[in-house]
Design a protein around this ligand. Structure first.
Ligand code: M6R
Length: 573
């Protein structure tokens, strides 16, 4: 949800900012822009196309001070006027902002100046201008009047100030000066150490000096963190991030298992003595792996539930000190998931973060961290990270039930034998015209159906639902006719016959059925899966379905890496 960056350097800061924006593009790609300070004034360049277009527009411009933004629209449509950076009405201050100013309407009414855009961010830059004192003083006093979330970089003359509340922001020295970005993987210019800004902390950035301030304007000291190696990819380069990342699944599962078996990650966890229940809280795809995790824990005899974070945070769940709360998130910066973790932290519950991003906000909120080692995931559609989440949750369920040792060989065999399987292209040619697609399954296969349906909707914009096969006849069967494609997942032996009966009911009503299964086809067109460890079949079955979504998207001529209306990190509520 928007990425920001700022550079004050001896070399060309504009070029560095463009490089950072290229990395931050996954956070939103509705528009992008840069403001720089040159010849005593601020110059602003924006693009509604993409970062490459911005790169071309800024190629011949150089400055030692630049701030940049890549936008996921919240307030105001996708227009150049609404694109960041925003300028104060005197054009003397420029600001980039990630977050939401909730009270912007009230602030706007009191500001009495002309606005160019419909954004809440333009209100903030004008609010800053109206405050008195140095730039850092103005930013801090404006922040006191603001309700909502922000990570901001602000320039006035030669000065650069940054600050944050809720939205992430990191600062560092680079080879030729200083940098601030929304994501540590977006630091360019040889950064070795970095500083994490906490909520309501601010910094004045100068080429060779960073000064930190708290919300009262007092100087504070902060310790630097070593920059972890998280920017590595796994050397599979396909034409889209999504395709590369699905194909990386085998490598990252192996990598994840190796890290868990060769380290003390599990034994170092500080868990409650008696875990009576495990509740998992997450959003989107991570919620689906949370659902899968709940099944694994129940299989090991531990009561477990999965919750959607945006519901849990306003719900009436009864909390318990004997419950372990697991927050699943690829990015570790999803606003609703973090809000739930903070809520439970206040109530002194036992928290564990399952994340793919070292140093992320969620890891800092929770007492314990289970990392996935999926490497950076750029595509908005989560694929390899989902498989790693499911894998780690299974591993953790075995660990809690003291069954890990007995299953190590099977886990190693799984990661060795596992193969990434594309969706059959000949079959795709026969079915890609369908506009109504249902995914069905039972038990864990139903969770796979939910995830497959989300993937398809997300990147191909086809209206699709997932339904537990046994529920069809309680209503949804009414929708089934010759125009319906039903993709049925069947890897659960104990409900196999039941599922087949449901499929016959669909066939009798004219629906076309494709079976994704490691069992016999029963006369249905089948995508054959290899038979592997039954509990890990959800990882085997989701791969051709991730490919199904990808290939449908490609056939329809869309870009899977940039689905409309979405962004990779959802840092607003
Ligand atoms: O970073 P998180 O795992 O917390 O993100 C949660 C969801 O926003 C995310 O999984 C989303 O549903 C994906 N785009 C789905 O592919």
């Amino acid at each position: 949800m928007c990425g920001i960056c700022a550079y004050k350097t001896k070399e060309n800061a504009v070029k560095l900012a463009v490089e950072s924006l290229k990395i931050l593009e996954y956070r939103g790609y509705d528009s992008c822009g840069i403001s720089l300070f040159k010849n005593g004034k601020i110059e602003t360049i924006k693009s509604l196309v993409d970062i490459e277009d911005l790169r071309k527009k800024t190629e011949s411009i150089s400055s030692h001070l630049a701030i940049g933004h890549t936008r996921w629209a919240t307030h105001g449509g996708v227009t150049l006027k609404n694109a960041h950076p925003h300028l104060s009405s005197s054009n003397k201050i420029a600001l980039v902002h990630n977050g939401i100013i909730e009270n912007y309407k009230t602030l706007k009414e009191n500001l009495n100046c002309a606005f160019q855009s419909e954004t809440d961010s333009e209100v903030l830059v004008n609010l800053i201008e109206k405050e008195g004192g140095s730039l850092i003083e103005k930013v801090i006093s404006a922040s006191k009047k603001v309700e909502g979330t922000f990570a901001i970089a602000v320039i006035e003359n030669d000065e650069l100030v940054v600050g944050k509340r809720e939205s992430p922001l990191y600062v560092a020295f680079c080879e030729s000066g200083v940098v601030a970005t929304s994501d540590i993987s977006a630091f360019v210019g040889n950064v070795k150490e970095f500083y994490i800004l906490n909520d309501d902390e601010f910094a004045c950035l100068n080429e060779n000096k960073i000064e930190f301030f708290n919300k009262n304007g007092e100087k504070i000291k902060k310790n630097a963190e070593i920059l972890p190696k998280i920017t590595q990819n796994f050397k599979i380069f396909d034409k889209t991030h999504m395709e590369s990342e699905i194909k990386e699944t085998k490598i990252v599962l192996k990598n994840t298992l190796k890290e868990y078996l060769n380290s003390d990650i599990l034994t170092n966890l500080n868990l409650p003595k008696k875990i009576k229940e495990i509740d998992l809280i997450a959003c989107g795809t991570a919620y689906h792996s949370a659902l899968m995790g709940a099944e694994f824990f129940k299989e090991q005899g531990i009561n477990s539930h999965a919750y959607v974070a945006s519901e849990f945070r306003y719900g009436k769940e009864i909390l318990s000190k004997n419950t372990l709360y697991i927050f699943v998130s690829q990015s570790g910066e999803t606003a609703d998931t973090i809000a739930c973790a903070k809520l439970l932290k206040e109530k002194k519950m036992h928290l564990l973060a399952l994340t793919n991003t070292p140093n992320c906000v969620l890891n800092r909120v929770c007492d314990n961290v289970l990392p996935t080692f999926a490497g950076k995931e750029f595509a908005v559609a989560s694929t390899k990270a989902y498989c790693c989440q499911v894998f780690v949750l299974y591993l953790f369920s075995l660990f809690l039930a003291q069954n890990l040792q007995d299953n190590i060989e099977e886990l190693i065999k799984f990661t060795n034998d596992f193969q990434v399987q594309d969706f059959d292209r000949a079959l795709l040619d026969k079915i890609y015209h369908y506009k109504k697609i249902f995914f069905v399954g039972r038990e864990k296969d139903y969770i796979t159906a939910l995830e497959a349906s989300l993937k398809l909707k997300e990147i191909s914009y086809i209206n699709s639902i997932a339904i537990s096969a046994g529920e069809l006849k309680h209503g949804t069967l009414a929708l089934v006719d010759e125009s319906t494609l039903i993709i049925a997942i069947s890897t659960e032996e104990n409900v196999r016959e039941k599922l087949f009966s449901n499929l016959e009911e669909i066939r009798a009503r004219g629906g076309e059925v494709i079976l994704v299964s490691n069992f016999k086809s029963g006369g249905f067109t089948k995508v054959s899966l290899s038979s592997m460890c039954e509990n890990l079949m959800p990882i085997v079955s989701i791969i051709p379905l991730q490919f199904f979504a990808l290939r449908m998207c490609e056939k329809l001529g869309y870009n899977p890496d940039k689905p409309k209306n979405l962004a990779k990190s959802v840092t607003v509520e």
